[in-house]
Design a binder for this molecule. Structure first.
Ligand code: 5GP
Length: 115
């Protein structure tokens, strides 16, 4: 079953795309959790971090390079930002197509709530 992100990558669903190349697509999160909230998504379907193959190492590195460049473009690089990948239920993953969250534009607080 194609996910919503497959449909955004193919153009079937609209999104505000901020970067696209042969390997990844980046677009604004529909429900932003910070002033800057961009999702960097591999064009090929990888469901979770658990499904990343060793051969995907360069692709995963490219996702981080794209995040770095987008942080500069969004002018949040100096103040700082957070990169997050959620995995499966305990990680809070909602969409089962690998994606890197780029969050910034305000102090983001603690990484997780301590219980
Ligand atoms: P996850 O919880 O899987 O790490 O994050 C999924 C993210 O995708 C959420 O932040 C959610 O707001 C975003 N999202 C879900 N559906 C859509 C959509 O149709 N379009 C866009 N642009 N973002 C979406």
């Amino acid at each position: 079953m194609p996910t919503v992100f497959d449909k955004i990558i193919s153009g079937e669903l609209p999104a505000t795309i901020v970067h696209r190349d042969a390997r990844v697509t980046a677009f604004l999160d529909i429900k932003p959790a910070a002033p800057v909230h961009i999702l960097i998504v591999p064009n090929k379907a990888i469901a979770t971090v658990n499904d990343i193959a060793d051969a995907d190492a360069a692709l995963i590195g490219h996702m981080i390079i794209v995040a770095r460049d987008l942080a500069r473009q969004q002018k949040i690089a100096e103040d700082g930002y957070r990169l997050i990948i959620n995995c499966n239920a305990h990680g809070g993953q909602e969409v089962y197509h690998l994606h890197l969250h780029l969050l910034g534009g305000r102090p983001l607080g603690p990484m997780v709530t301590r219980t």
